[in-house]
Ligand binder design. Structure first.
Ligand code: SF4
Ligand code: SF4
Length: 461
């Protein structure tokens, strides 16, 4: 008598199923459907199999991309250490592979556009992975990277969108590699969800956001109207990141190098936020005396034997765990606030009127202040270099003699809001706050600043 051996039916391991649905498409008997219940271990919704209809063809097992999501009958969930080998560091973070500095020969200053200066800065900081979606007025940075990186064993990928860009950056930064993008205001808006994930998962990356006129598509003129987004709105959750505001092509280079250092020091994205004019402005740029070859941090999910036991994610399903993680992140942000405030001043030591301005408006203000000083006006300049954290510690001593503050900016008061918030938290009051604002791709001009200072003098003296 012949016996018919029944074909083995697939076993679904719900805790490993991602619910991607590939098995549903593969099944000729249509006996797999999307489930309705969240698996408590994975937080995902696994599929369900109707075994009465299943004929055991096994096509779903071949289609499943998840190791052991679907497997043959008789399988028992094994210890991952047996499947993939023991985690190499048994729960301890492996030692970092240190980076190194390579001395550079002394060179004459270059004459570079701001966007190019930022790109050169990134190359000197060791960045060899750039993802991006072209958007004016930031595109030159990405163009330069696209032409240089293939010659430097690096990779430039023009992603299908800003959403794809930020997720490529998440993966690359998670591997411990210096990664960056060049973008501009509408592009940044699209990246916010991924940025929140990166802050949650503590993934370092550098974003050069060359601000243009908005809202909406707006135009390609210079603007500072992303300050609120950068300082207060980096995606969902309690998110913050260092925001650097360069004011010269030299600072575009220097602050981009610094941005990579800070991103890895704090395991957090860092933003370099020039207005669009600065991205396009050409100026003298002196290269540093060394460049960097980055190492691999101990925490990185790099994929080599030492690092493959690492895991990076931003999901904490237990409320208590997530609160603890948030407390850790907030403690880091408090350290950043205490240690990373940066600013410049110009003739501010005895000023009764203090102009507060960043990036190109600060350049305009500096020139206006020279003229006003020649007229005998007691006026000085305070330039925040970190828009977040606002450099309130350097402002505090100036408030002993400042009677009026004039905030000059290319937005409807976003820098002023940062100033007011920082002053309020620091219990700094006393000075009257005035403003000069341009919008829509227009920058405050030097004669306007002088005229506004004279108006203040007429009203208050
Ligand atoms: S074994 Fe074949 S019939 Fe059964 S669920 Fe998988 S694909 Fe469908
Ligand atoms: S293919 Fe695998 S991971 Fe995807 S839904 Fe099916 S069982 Fe789950």
């Amino acid at each position: 008598m012949t016996t018919v051996k029944e074909r083995t039916k697939p076993v679904l391991l719900p805790e490993l199923c991602k619910g991607c649905g590939r098995c549903i498409e593969a099944c000729p008997k249509h006996c797999i459907t999307l489930g309705e219940e969240i698996n408590q271990t994975s937080g995902l919704v696994p599929v369900v199999i109707d075994y009465d209809v299943c004929n055991g063809c096994g096509l779903c097992i071949s289609a499943c991309p998840e190791p052991y999501g679907l497997t043959a009958d008789g399988y028992e969930l094994e210890d991952p250490a047996k499947l993939f080998g023991a985690a190499p560091h048994h729960g301890r973070t492996p030692a970092a592979i240190p980076g190194r500095a390579i001395p550079l020969p002394k060179s004459e200053p270059l004459v570079l556009k701001g966007n190019y200066a930022a790109a050169v800065g990134a190359l000197l900081a060791g960045c060899r992975h750039v993802f991006g979606y072209p958007i004016t007025p930031s595109t030159e940075g990405a163009e330069l990277m696209a032409s240089f990186l293939p010659q430097l064993d690096g990779a430039f990928v023009q992603a299908v969108s800003e959403v794809a860009t930020v997720n490529h950056m998440y993966g690359c930064g998670g591997a411990g590699l210096p990664v960056m993008t060049f973008t501009s205001s509408p592009g940044l808006s699209l990246m916010l969800e991924g940025i929140s994930y990166m802050i949650g998962a503590e993934v370092p990356a550098v974003f050069i956001n060359v601000m243009r006129g908005g809202p909406g598509l707006g135009n390609i003129g210079p603007s500072q109207a992303d300050i609120k987004l950068l300082c207060r709105g980096l995606g969902h959750g309690d998110t913050n990141a260092i925001v650097l505001a360069p004011s010269t092509p030299q600072e575009m280079l220097d602050l981009t190098i610094e941005a990579f250092r800070l991103a890895f020091l704090y395991r957090n994205p860092v933003f370099v936020a020039p207005d669009g004019y600065l991205g396009q402005m050409t100026g003298r740029v002196q290269l540093p005396d060394h460049m960097l070859v980055p190492g691999i941090p101990g925490w990185a999910v790099y994929g080599d034997a030492a690092h493959r036991g690492n895991l990076i994610n931003s999901i904490h399903l237990s409320e208590a765990d997530l609160e603890k993680h948030n407390e850790k992140l907030q403690a880091k942000l408090a350290r950043i606030t205490a240690n990373e405030q940066r600013s410049h001043t110009h003739r501010a030591d005895d000023a009764k009127i203090l102009v507060v301005a960043a990036s190109t408006p600060a350049r305009m203000a500096k020139s206006a202040i020279e003229h006003l000083r020649q007229e005998g006006v007691s006026v000085g300049l305070f330039m925040p270099v970190t828009l977040w954290p606002f450099p309130i510690d350097a402002l505090r001593p100036l408030m002993a003699h400042v009677e009026d503050i004039l905030v000059v900016e290319a937005s409807a008061g976003q820098l002023e809001d940062e100033l007011r918030l920082a002053m309020s938290h620091a219990d700094l009051g006393g000075a009257r706050i005035h403003h000069l604002r341009r919008m829509g791709g227009m920058l405050p001009q030097e004669p306007e600043i002088r005229a506004r200072v004279h108006e203040i003098l007429e009203v208050t003296r």
